[in-house]
Design a binder for this molecule. Sequence first.
Ligand code: PMP
Length: 458
Amino acid sequence: MLTNLATRDVETLIHPYTQLAAFRETGPLVLERGQGVWVYDTEGKPYLEGMAGLWCTSLGYSNAELVEAAREQMMRLPFTHLFSGRSHDPAIELAERLKEIAPVPVSKIFFTSSGSEANDTQVKLVWYMNNALGRPQKKKIIARLRGYHGVTVASASLTGLPANHADFDLPIQNILHTSCPHHYRFGEAGESETDYSARLAAELEEMILREGPDTVAAFIAEPVMGAGGAIIPPENYFPAIQAVLDKYDVLLIADEVICGFGRLGTRFGSQRLGMRPDTISVAKAITSAYLPLGAVMIPEGMYQAMLEGSRKIGTFGHGFTYSGHPASCAVAIKTLEIYERDRIVEGVAAKAPRFEARFAGLRDHPLVGEARGLGLIGGLEIVADKATKRQFDPKLGIAAKVVSFAQAEGLIVRSLYGDRIAVCPPLIITEAEIDELFDRLTRALDRAEAWVAGESLR
Ligand code: PMP
């Protein structure tokens, strides 16, 4: 029986990323409040938020300092914009701060309200830059299968997942996809991670040569793939890829929307995985998700080309009403201050061994094929047969089933494409809470195993 609130929801809302038909039966999980790493539903039931919302509430719930930063700014100047040279101090200060902490030299910051907008902006800036540089044929952008970069028309084209392309008439032209770097699923028998990475780099090089290096502008990648399955790249993957990009003058766009600001135990995921990006997208943890904000970190060379381009046309014709919203910027400044003051990134590095070990511990479970964590993010893959890696019939929705058992156990995790389950808790989680999270997840897996065995579903 759906409650009154649930019924009103079903009658009024379209939910993102939801099986719309099934949802009419199950209804929503309506959350009401949060504290630390816990959220509470309308019945008062607590859940450990094992996904930090959508990989974003890094400082957890009810952080009064962030609320105060927003309140102060909203009382002083709730809105002004950055169009036509208008400005405000929170945007300037935040841009300075981002330049200081960037993992590579950054010249300018362009603000957006989301990760999708940041990646759409990346596509447009790469195209704009190459037009300005008089090489209009250098336009193709290579993304990866199972990469996730957002849902706007260009960013959804970069995303490499079937649900984002089929029936949406995507991808648009000039977007290509190369292989997903998932050793467990796609590595050949006996192939080491390093050899697999070398093979993927060779495949990328072939693609660039086939397309023509003078037509390939950029390669975009998340350090750890998030929504495509919480997939950690194999050993030496990015150094091998980077060498190919350097050889053919192809820019590396790092999508740090999940990994930026400490998720892997380094300030940026690029630093942990040996990436040397030319340009970077950030969002989510930049405000700990208390308000929407994204940003593109632009290198000097790209800026110079943009200057040239805008001289020709008379204006730089791109920007959103909420590019650099003052309240979002104020919250971001406070968030970055807290990361520094409370040594949040160092804390992640210190807790990561526990998180990674608990992930590794799940590998013994009869339903688990792969389980792997890095920093405070990880993914596991549900399989019907551990030896052959055979998966369950997708119609069974086995990962979604595990997630619903987890919910019953008071734990929020997320099921993803390919029967994968992601875990990505707030960065403030304690070691005791990490144990609690994995104890609950193990109970959910046990319940799923009992269901599979009981119904003879293998
Ligand atoms: N890039 C990555 C790596 C993401 O994880 C996401 C969101 N999950 C996006 C881009 C898109 O961000 P948004 O949903 O804010 O548009």
